[in-house]
Design a protein around this ligand. Structure first.
Ligand SMILES: [Zn+2]
Ligand SMILES: [Zn+2]
Length: 393
């Protein structure tokens, strides 16, 4: 078979995706209407698996030791393997406020389109679709990397929706951006309990230590760089008033543009946390997270298409994937009301619109075309691989 031209592949993919328009819209809707939290995405996992099977794509459920991960592979293992990552976790209380239903839609569409082209034109290589749980909390892709899900992958592709007003006018998306390095610090304050009315002077107040540290960090936040973030939560606090609290816990996430920046900022946060203990006479235990997130030097985000170096104030476990294989984390703008951004109720509503759906499908087609080129164009692939090797040193 003579290899088809780009125009032929594009036309075939366009036609194919057109036939899938209704089922894809339906799939997106089902995921959006049933938001599920990290590692609990049972419904999303099932509806995507059923969707694939209805299109005669064999799929393995509950793979790599994760209840809500799945894998589908089409093509011959002799060629290169192009991976698509489908995220589908939502946020507590505000549903699909990060639009991961759109990520799932784009990756399913992209994978299906490339799988179709592989079969129709007898292309070399494979398309792999991974259902990747828990992007928002936990880092499901870190689990998947450890379990070997990317072992045979040559390049990984995915997109992420953002509010379109974050881009310059006329631009609906970016092939890639730097994400940021991030890690967590948890502080446990140990005090001494005492009766709050009868003998408070005998106590050492662990809640005061926490509140004092909270205030220190709130002040620090005024003096950090525009590309840095610190955000925290109270993990354990007293629920009664009549005892001096003896144990409290708080957790902070520290983000900066580089790993070095995150470390330096982390040192300043540690001082604030220590000061809470010093001021109150509590003992503090500090612990840094070890869930693999600290390895997420996301500023190696993209090696496939052109890259905008402006900051995206968030981190993603696709950054971890980009440490293992050349990876794309494209950003696609969608219309959001009130100038709102990801992780808001407005974004949840925006992620449900037909317009957002259309843009996801379009980016799915673009990813499929990128995948096609990676499979058939040796020169293109070696350029991608070369720049990955250079960045990884
Ligand atoms: Zn998010
Ligand atoms: Zn997200």
């Amino acid at each position: 078979m003579t290899s088809p031209s780009k125009t032929e592949v594009q036309a075939a993919i366009g036609e194919y995706i057109k036939q899938l328009a209704e089922p894809l819209r339906e799939l997106n809707r089902k995921i959006h209407e049933n938001p599920e939290l990290a590692y609990e995405e049972h419904h999303s996992h099932d509806v995507i698996c059923k969707f694939l099977e209805a299109q005669n794509i064999p799929v393995k459920r509950h793979v790599y030791g994760l209840r809500t991960a799945f894998e589908a592979i089409v093509g011959e293992s002799s060629g290169r393997c192009v991976n698509f990552n489908a995220e589908y976790d939502a946020l507590p209380g505000i549903g699909h406020a990060c639009g991961h239903n759109l990520i799932a839609t784009a990756s399913v569409a992209g994978f299906m389109a490339l799988a179709f082209a592989i079969q129709k034109f007898g292309l070399p290589g494979q398309a792999q679709l991974l259902g990747t749980p828990a992007e928002e909390d936990g880092g499901g892709k870190v689990d998947l990397i450890r379990a070997g899900a990317f072992k045979n992958v040559d390049v990984s592709l995915m997109m992420h929706p953002m509010a379109e007003d974050e881009f310059s006018k006329g631009i609906l998306g970016i092939g890639g951006r730097s994400t940021i390095a991030c890690f967590d610090i948890t502080a446990a304050y140990h005090g001494v309990s005492a009766h709050a009315a009868a003998s408070p002077w005998e106590g050492v107040n662990a809640l005061d230590a926490l509140v004092s540290a909270y205030n220190n960090i709130s002040m620090l936040r005024q003096q950090i760089g525009p590309d840095e973030r610190i955000h925290g939560a109270i993990m354990q606090a007293p629920t009664v008033t009549n005892a001096i609290p003896e144990l409290t816990r708080t957790k902070y996430t520290i983000r900066s543009r580089t790993q070095k920046g995150a470390r330096a900022l982390g040192e300043r946060v540690r001082k604030c946390l220590d000061a809470g203990a010093l001021a109150t006479g509590c003992k503090v235990e500090l612990e840094e997270n070890s869930d693999g997130y600290q390895d997420a030097i996301g500023d190696l985000g993209v090696h496939v298409v052109s890259c905008d170096d402006t900051l995206m104030p968030g981190s993603t476990d696709q950054g971890n994937v980009s440490q293992v294989v050349p990876a794309l984390h494209a950003l696609v703008g969608i219309p959001v009301t009130d100038g709102a951004h990801n992780h808001t109720r407005q974004f949840t509503a925006a992620a449900a619109t037909d317009e957002a759906h259309e843009r996801s499908v379009t980016s799915g087609k673009a990813m499929a075309m990128t995948g096609w080129r990676l499979l058939v164009d040796d020169q293109y692939y070696s350029k991608v691989r070369q720049s990955f090797d250079e960045i990884m040193g």
